[in-house]
Design a protein around this ligand. Structure first.
Ligand SMILES: Nc1ncnc2c1ncn2[C@@H]1O[C@H](COP(=O)(O)OP(=O)(O)OP(=O)(O)O)[C@@H](O)[C@H]1O
Ligand SMILES: [Mg+2]
Length: 171
């Protein structure tokens, strides 16, 4: 049963994506089965895995969330790409479309949980990289997490981001 770790801070540029990438590789080196989910429409993590044309060629987390939202039938494995023995569900700018749709639906804070529930048996760790925002996507990432890794640098605004996140999560 996978432990789900969400990497978050509302402040941008503090090292969330870099931490997710390095954590994924470190866990893989320890022999763990790792899935990373890029839940940021900036798709920086996706690019780290060399999936630069994710919006054109590959099914992304945006498409997956939309399929789940619309209660479509889908094959989960079609959304998962393997790179360096790490599994990734990539992102693209299309995730912004899914975000706008999810914002309008009641109860949409648990859509990602419905997806991760189907994946938990296959992995030791599922890492979720988030955008610098407390939008419905990040709320989904917080709802599905067993633990939250809050990344911050030592600047005051990044520290403020920590307390805002703690209030949001009801920790
Ligand atoms: N430990 C570190 N020391 C120095 N620079 C770092 C460190 N970690 C990350 N960086 C650099 O900081 C910048 C921002 O990192 P990163 O993209 O991981 O942040 P982020 O929090 O994911 O940003 P965003 O909020 O836009 O998603 C990058 O240029 C990265 O190379
Ligand atoms: Mg990032």
């Amino acid at each position: 049963m996978a432990e789900i770790i969400t990497i978050a801070n509302r402040k941008g540029g503090v090292g969330k994506t870099t931490t997710t990438l390095n954590l994924a590789y470190s866990l893989k080196e320890l022999g763990k089965k790792v899935l990373v989910i890029d839940l940021d429409p900036q798709a920086n993590l996706t690019r780290c895995f060399g999936l630069e044309n994710a919006d054109d060629n590959i099914k992304t987390i945006g498409h997956l969330l939309m399929a789940e939202l619309e209660e479509e039938r889908y094959l989960l494995k079609e959304y998962i790409t393997v790179y360096d023995d790490i599994n990734i569900i990539p992102s693209s700018i299309y995730l912004s479309v899914a975000e706008a749709q999810m914002r309008m639906e009641t109860g949409s804070e648990r859509i990602l949980s419905d997806i991760t529930e189907l994946l938990q048996e296959q992995y030791d760790y599922i890492l979720v990289d988030t955008s610098p925002s407390l939008n419905i996507l990040t709320i989904n990432a917080l709802c599905t997490a067993d633990s939250v890794l809050i990344v911050a640098d030592t600047q005051i605004f990044a520290i403020v981001g920590i307390s805002e996140l703690l209030k949001t999560g009801g920790f």
